[in-house]
Design a binder for this molecule. Structure first.
Ligand SMILES: [Zn+2]
Length: 413
């Protein structure tokens, strides 16, 4: 067997953060009529580099195969759109972007974020690899998008077109790029001399602390700490000058970066940078043993969820799940939960309805199904959206239905 190598520093990988076994690609929903077709499974094993401490999956499937026809439309999540709106307002106030600025978003999806800058009259451009989603951004929100993956080549194309960025935004994309060096080198090229980069990614500290192992899936190649990202950016001539903790995806970091050469006041390093590094070091993210201890916690969580579901069945109760997102695919496949324990999953997105969850083949229906069948428990798979979902589905209390979250450990709400 070939020893995998670190995608940042190329050291051989020999230590494991956690091993979730074999799993299908999280977004490869199976149409009902394809029920007899086989599915590809890949190892879902997160390595940690002994040299730079970057946590990572190996690349088994090309990003082209994963992201070119992606079924995820950001605007289906109202709390995510609201998060984006507040971000845009804060950025305009802090950095004074105006009609002469150029905002570029990488992985701009259906325009859920850029629409807020556009409403202020600020020129925007999206870069989105999924043509089906870029088309929606244009048709519904008039957001211009280039259908490409981002990296050095795309950055050079932008420069050639005179489209360099005063603000380069990338939310939930840094963790999704297999060639992280090519991506960050591209940021350096596409940024104006005084430009600002902000990137949001799920925080590895929260993943370990809150036991969020279901945020591990094949599309998500790296699991990032501030310490690791700072090293990677520094290697490419970029300085992290500020950081904020944001609540999305179970706890994310929003980092602010600039060119090393940019000494302007707007790019002064804040105290929050040293505070974040100190916080991560106190948690132990600078020590290998913090990483290698995580696997046992994951196994214990699986046993607890299975105990709850088996007990519910033994008591004659019915369980449905809400949210056929990637988190649920990882959780159900790792725990081996099929329609023997959870009858069906509901999801608002019509792109997922009338499909099976990959691997475990639990059928996906529209949310109305819950009100027809009145299950005793609704297991909220995207636990990070539990407030939004329990509000939308509040009607289940009519028959004394209860919400359950699986993470950080199974809990009836
Ligand atoms: Zn490394």
């Amino acid at each position: 067997m070939n020893q995998p190598k670190c995608r940042f520093c190329a050291a051989p990988l020999c230590h494991v953060l956690c091993d979730l076994g074999m799993s299908p690609l999280a977004n490869s929903y199976v149409r009902f009529e394809q029920a007899n077709n086989a599915e590809k499974l890949y190892p879902l094993k997160v390595w940690v580099c002994n040299n730079c401490l970057l946590s990572q999956l190996e690349e088994f499937e090309s990003p082209h195969a994963i992201f070119s026809d992606y079924p995820y439309f950001s605007s289906f999540s109202t709390s995510w759109v609201e998060h984006a709106r507040r971000y845009c307002k804060m950025m305009v106030e802090r950095f004074h972007f105006d009609t002469n600025s150029q905002i570029i978003e990488i992985a701009s999806n259906d325009g859920y974020l850029l629409q807020h800058f556009k409403a202020e009259g600020i020129p925007v451009l999206g870069i989105e690899p999924a043509a089906n989603i870029a088309k929606v951004a244009w048709e519904q929100k008039q957001i211009p998008s280039i259908v490409k993956f981002f990296g050095v080549q795309t950055a050079k194309d932008l420069v050639a077109d005179g489209k360099t960025a005063d603000l380069l935004v990338g939310n939930n994309v840094l963790a999704h790029v297999p060639d992280i060096n090519d991506f960050v080198a591209g940021l350096k090229i596409a940024l104006k001399p005084r430009g600002v980069i902000t990137i949001e990614f799920p925080h590895l500290l929260r993943l370990i602390e809150q036991n969020e192992f279901d945020t591990i899936y094949h599309e998500h190649f790296s699991y990032l700490s501030f310490l690791a990202v700072e090293k990677i950016f520094a290697h490419h001539g970029l300085t992290l000058f500020d950081v904020e903790e944001v609540p999305t995806h179970g706890g994310s970091l929003r980092i602010f970066a600039r060119h090393v050469e940019n000494k302007t006041a707007a790019g002064m390093t804040t105290d929050r940078v040293a505070a974040m590094k100190h916080k991560e070091e106190r948690f132990g993210l600078n020590k290998l043993k913090t990483y290698t201890a995580f696997g046992e916690k994951v196994k214990a969580t699986k046993r607890k969820l299975l105990k709850f579901l088996i007990q519910a069945k033994d008591d004659g109760k019915t369980v449905a799940a809400y949210g056929a997102a990637a988190k649920g695919v990882t959780l159900m496949n790792y725990c081996g939960v099929r329609d023997d324990l959870v009858d069906y999953v509901v999801d608002k997105s019509p792109h997922k309805q009338n499909h099976f969850m990959p691997g475990v083949r639990i059928p996906i229906f529209a949310p109305e199904k819950v009100f027809e069948t009145k299950p005793d428990y609704v297991l909220i798979l995207p636990w990070n959206l539990k407030d939004e979902i329990s509000e939308q589905m509040a009607g289940i209390t009519e028959w004394n239905g209860k919400f359950v979250v699986p993470i950080p450990e199974v809990k009836v709400l």
